[in-house]
Design a protein around this ligand. Structure first.
Ligand code: ACO
Length: 431
């Protein structure tokens, strides 16, 4: 690595190597800066910090590019399915037929939730937020499968194929159980069905009536899960890596990622989009009045589903999901006034100088909620759907941390701005 960057502090220059990623991304390797100079970099929210090297996903926000293991997201959307893409994200290559079959078998064999573990649901009130229940149940997997969750990377990695498949399959099953628990419905047992059909069965079958698969619904679900499979070092993925870096097992690390995803600034945005579209509809607006209000600069009036912390161009996932949305509704013979409003908003915003000059384009959440709604999935389950889709990305990133022989615990520094040293004051002399 050439020493071709230097940092000048108090007149003294410190040389540092420049790293170049496989897609030409440049970074200055400042790992020794504090040791050399006594300074750290201040980068609140890590927006300009590369926390790791990763081979999973490449994202170029300026040009609207997203690739998993080199494969463009639009090609995966067109030719692959969620499970194949999950395999690709986790293992780095598209599976052969035999690998795909083995992976599918492992997913099917590990879809169930132990009867004893099912009883944990009884402790949660029905109105508990779905992500709260999901996070705690996923953390509990470490207790039910202690051989796979030893907090010893070497041992955990020996069983990685099983624990990865188990995590993907059980997060899906738990997601459906969270839905049924919230409605007071009996849990359904998984069947020997393809992954997405099994999810729909677990959600919508009744003891007296099997859910009948609708191919258009299955393929829409497949597409939307695939679209969420990974997205570089976002908040929840970085959380999984950080927790994993302490040596924590896969299930515990995933539970932490689910907690991070539950926040409205991360996984909750598609819910906010639906609430916005519904209120525009309730106010008999076609979107025109709302667009004007959204340009006022107030955070509470933002056009939800527009703009992105990283993309300064079309989110490539939004393009695919936006197109799929109209197709799915048409195939299902459904119309949704909220889709008309969303399309009006998109057209208006893409022509409006306020949004164009700020490079605000639709993001993945702008249309995903409308598809979920068409599939019969209620708004409070949207973030759970995101978690089911994102599991492969979290798992792949945990594996990178666990299998890195040179890895070290993630431990950022801070700039302390609290009180300087002072002496303890006894209670009688306070106030
Ligand atoms: N509607 C109206 N104006 C907006 C919007 C929006 N959705 N997003 C940004 N702006 C404006 C800001 O007011 C600011 O204007 P100014 O320059 O006049 O002050 C300018 O655009 C830049 O905004 P920032 O806040 O700097 O953009 P940032 O990149 O930090 O924020 C974010 C990105 C949080 C996603 C923002 O665009 C937003 O709030 N969007 C709506 C919420 C949303 O859809 N979130 C989902 C993101 S995708 C995901 O997490 C999976």
């Amino acid at each position: 690595m050439p020493n071709d960057a230097s940092i000048k502090i108090d007149g003294k220059e410190y040389p540092y190597p420049v790293m170049i990623g496989s897609e030409g991304e440049k970074a200055i390797d400042v790992r020794n800066l504090r040791k050399d100079s006594g300074h750290i970099f201040y980068d609140q929210g890590y927006g300009n910090t590369g926390s790791c090297e990763s081979q999973v996903t490449f994202l170029d926000g300026d040009n609207g590019i997203l690739r998993h293991r080199g494969y463009p997201i639009d090609q995966l959307a067109k030719h692959s399915d969620y499970i194949e893409t999950a395999y690709l994200v986790i293992y780095g290559e598209l599976p052969t037929e035999a690998q795909r079959k083995k992976f599918g078998d492992l997913l099917r064999e590990n879809a169930h939730i132990e009867p004893q573990m099912q009883r944990l649901f009884e402790g949660y009130p029905k109105n508990t937020p779905p992500m709260v229940v999901l996070a705690s149940l996923v953390a509990s997997l470490a207790g039910y499968y202690p051989d796979l969750a030893t907090n010893n990377f070497e041992k955990d990695l020996q069983q990685f194929d099983l624990s990865a498949a188990m995590a993907i399959s059980k997060i899906r099953t738990l997601g459906a159980m969270v839905y049924r628990h919230g409605r007071g419905l009996p849990f359904m047992h998984p069947k020997a069905l393809p992954f997405c059909d099994n999810f729909l069965h677990l959600m919508f079958s009744e003891p007296y009536h099997d859910y009948v698969a609708i191919p258009e619904v299955t393929s829409a679900l497949n597409l939307i899960l695939l679209m969420h499979a990974d997205h570089e070092q976002n908040c929840s993925t970085s959380t999984v890596r950080m927790v994993g870096s302490s040596g924590a097992n896969l299930f515990t690390s995933l539970a932490a990622g689910i907690g991070a995803l539950s926040g409205p600034l991360h996984g909750g945005a598609n819910t906010a989009v639906m609430n916005m579209l519904q209120s525009i509809h309730d106010e008999n607006d076609d979107g025109t009045r709302f667009i004007e209000a959204a340009k006022g600069g107030s955070k509470s009036n933002r056009l939800m589903g527009f703009g992105h912390a990283v993309y300064r161009n079309f989110d490539p996932r939004a393009r695919v999901i936006g197109e799929a949305c109209s197709v799915v509704l048409k195939k299902l013979g459904k119309s949704d006034p909220l889709l008309d409003i969303a399309q009006n908003l998109e057209q208006a915003a893409l022509k409006d100088d306020y949004f164009v000059s700020r490079k605000l384009y639709p993001n993945v959440d702008f249309y995903s909620g409308i598809i979920f709604r068409a599939l019969g999935i209620p708004t409070n389950m949207f973030t759970v759907m995101f978690a089911i889709g994102r599991a492969p990305g979290w798992i792949a990133n945990w594996k990178e941390v666990a299998s890195n022989p040179k890895g070290r615990i993630y431990r950022p520094r801070q700039v302390y701005t609290g009180p300087v040293k002072r002496d303890y004051v006894p209670m009688a002399r306070r106030g």
